[in-house]
Ligand binder design. Structure first.
Ligand code: ZN
Length: 680
């Protein structure tokens, strides 16, 4: 888990800095700041007693011990303490209360108590590293004490193993881009848990608390790190239901990928970005740096390195690419709402062929620089070159597909704003057919399977015709269905569906079989994502039900209308079982926050029970209350009004038609923002 995902909004940047924006070009500061924060030093220690450190809803009492100033270069940026201390963090945000209690009890040894203020989490750390900007720091003033240097070095070594971008990135973004915003980064250890607390006063301000855990995997590469589990993440001064605002928007991606026949590739990406609300001097992107490749039973590490970043004037920009995060310092502040273009060059051995298979995928993870989800709304143009016999696939309208010497070269374009662009290439056999104005392309892997392909084209065109009537025109003129050499899942990037081998079973056409209905539902679910998740975009993990629950419900409507009432009923029973199992742990929007230490199966069942079972049950309850015609109109209207925009649950609630005895705000408070189950 990445820290900015664990604590969303952490590194976003607030207001002010207009004066800085007008200063113009200055020498880059990024590397000098990261260098200072990467090499923190501890000063002379003194005794302390009864000192209090406070940020947001976290209080740390230093009862007795030693403390020393912590310096980044010459500047004192915090203090390090060793001794007897107590920590109390309070989550006062009622929506997250159930999952704070659930996670803290299932995954931590922290003391958890429901208080009138909220859920309190407590520990008694022995060592505290408190780094802060714009938050008052008490000056320890006791008698000289023995050195803390070695304890400090051990603490830094441990927290340096966090699988998260370094604090130096966060502090560099603050210093360069939001110098007047309060920010705190606090590491605590030696108590029941190792704890990270972050207070971020910039933009959509928030604070959160996470614990560090060792990897549950047996893989040596993953066990090198300590992994963060978020126990709380609270907005500051705003409602968690409101849409999140990105620091900048990514509005166009123009990329050129040259693959070798081996693992190596070169990627050149020109991105158009638009700062939001205030000038920007530094921008942070997600960009995977280490890629884990399954080799036999183990994992090997591969790398993707940003080697050069330039602006429109061809100037080389300062950047720092570490721990899957890329921070770029612009040559001068960029005005808000004014697009600028950045070109990134990336190279490495990042083409991973699972288990040595004859395909690779650059999937829905950040393999090119990407802002947080709420900033992703890009048109897309790709040129992909791969050595034969591999056949490349990329989303959008095919501009050209040709052979050049030993290579296959593909060029595509998407004119609508999307997220999750993917590229895949492999040893595929392709069949193409045009149905009702949509070009369907089914690609099977390995053995030639024309019958499986024909069947899938048939089922896909039937599902698309159904959704066209229910939701509106199919969003892409070309749709690619790509077989993945594995079992049991599907995935739906824009204009594309990845689906595993069982969907190509020749019996899919035989509609009487139960297993076949499950495959057809998976297929209908994945195609529905082109509407829910692609046309209606997801601004953050908390709105994921707009993709998953809506896709699942539309797939079940397809089964009911085009197959049988019985198929729908058995699906509804499955939803009920899954939802009953999951409902107490968290409300639907916080499904992704559920954590049960050492029990990956259970946490997956709970997450799925909320997004794929309870969410659809809520939609079934709404369907029943408003009636069939009004519900179908609601789905179509949501597509019209949120189409090619970010979806929003509060906006959806405002669209709900009046129904007898229904107070929709109360309904959503109970069943969506709360953990109750709908009765019907
Ligand atoms: Zn899905």
């Amino acid at each position: 888990m990445r820290i900015q995902r664990a604590l969303p909004g952490l590194l976003a940047g607030v207001a002010v800095a207009v004066a800085a924006a007008l200063r113009g070009a200055e020498p880059p500061r990024l590397s000098s700041i990261t260098d200072r924060y990467d090499h923190l030093s501890v000063g002379d220690a003194v005794t302390v007693s009864d000192a209090t450190l406070e940020a947001g809803r976290m209080v740390c009492r230093l009862k007795s011990g030693r403390a020393a100033p912590v310096r980044a270069g010459e500047e004192v940026v915090g203090l390090f303490f060793e001794g007897q201390a107590s920590m109390e963090y309070v989550s006062t945000e009622p929506v997250e209360a159930p999952v704070v209690v659930f996670d803290a009890k299932k995954s931590s040894s922290l003391a958890v108590e429901k208080t009138p203020r909220g859920v309190a989490l407590r520990d008694a750390p022995k060592r505290v590293l408190w780094l802060a900007r714009g938050i008052p720091l008490p000056a320890p003033g006791g008698a000289p004490a023995s050195s803390l240097a070695s304890a400090f070095a051990r603490e830094r070594e441990k927290f340096g193993r966090m699988h998260a971008p370094p604090p130096s990135h966060a502090f560099a973004l603050c210093e360069i881009d939001a110098p007047e915003s309060p920010f705190a980064w606090v590491e605590m250890e030696g108590g029941r848990e190792d704890i990270l607390y972050v207070f971020d006063g910039t933009d959509d301000a928030s604070e959160g608390l996470a614990i560090l855990t060792s990897s549950e995997s047996n893989e040596t590469e993953l066990r090198k790190f300590l992994w963060l589990v978020t126990l709380s993440h609270q907005p500051i001064g705003r409602d968690r239901r409101d849409p999140v605002r990105p620091r900048f928007r990514l509005t166009d991606v123009d990329l050129d990928l040259a693959a070798t026949a081996g693992n190596d590739a070169r990627l050149k990406v020109t991105e158009t970005v638009v700062p939001v609300a205030r000038p920007a001097r530094a921008l942070r992107f997600d960009l995977d740096r280490t890629i884990y490749a399954p080799v036999g039973r183990n994992l090997a590490t591969r790398t993707a390195r940003a080697t050069r970043v330039t602006d429109e004037k061809g100037r080389e920009l300062a950047f720092d690419h570490r721990m899957d995060e890329l921070v770029v310092e612009l040559a001068e502040p960029a005005e808000p709402d004014r697009p600028l273009k950045l070109t990134f060059e990336i190279e490495g051995d990042f083409l991973v062929r699972p288990r040595g298979d004859n395909y690779w995928e650059l999937g829905i993870w950040p393999w090119f620089p990407q802002p947080e989800l709420s900033g992703q709304e890009y048109t897309f143009h790709a040129k992909v070159r791969v050595p034969k016999p591999f056949v490349p696939f990329a989303p959008g309208v095919t501009l050209s597909r040709k052979e050049e010497g030993a290579d296959n070269v593909l060029e595509t374009r998407v004119e609508k704003p999307i997220q999750f662009a993917v590229i895949l290439a492999g040893n595929y056999q392709v069949q193409e057919e045009s149905r009702d104005g949509v070009t369907l392309r089914v690609a099977t892997y390995g053995l030639d399977n024309p019958r499986g392909r024909r069947q899938l084209i048939q089922v896909a065109s039937e599902v698309i015709a159904y959704y066209r009537a229910l939701l509106g025109d199919f969003p892409f003129p070309e749709f690619e269905i790509l077989e993945i050499n594995d079992y049991g899942y599907g995935q739906s990037p824009p204009g594309t569906m990845f689906i595993t081998k069982e969907a190509f079973d020749p019996l899919v056409g035989d509609l009487s079989r139960n297993s076949v209905q499950e495959i057809v539902k998976t297929f209908a679910h994945e195609i529905a994502h082109q509407y829910w998740g692609i046309v209606v975009r997801i601004p953050d993990a908390e709105e994921q039900w707009l993709a998953e629950s809506f896709a699942e419900y539309c797939a079940a409507m397809f089964l009911k209308d085009k197959r049988s009432e019985a198929a729908f009923e058995s699906t509804r029973k499955k939803w009920k079982r899954g939802a009953d199992f999951a409902a107490d742990a968290a409300p639907i929007p916080l499904a992704n926050r559920v954590w049960t230490a050492g029990d990956a199966l259970r946490r997956a069942e709970i997450r799925n029970g909320l997004l794929y079972d309870k969410g659809p049950l809520l939609l079934a309850a709404i369907h029943k209350r408003v009636g069939d015609a009004a519900f179908r109109e609601l789905l179509a209207r949501t597509q019209r009004e949120m189409g090619w925009k970010f979806g929003s649950t509060p906006a959806l609630v405002r669209m709900l038609p009046d129904a007898k005895g229904s107070d929709w705000a109360e309904f959503f408070d109970k069943y969506y923002w709360g953990t109750e189950m709908p009765k019907e």
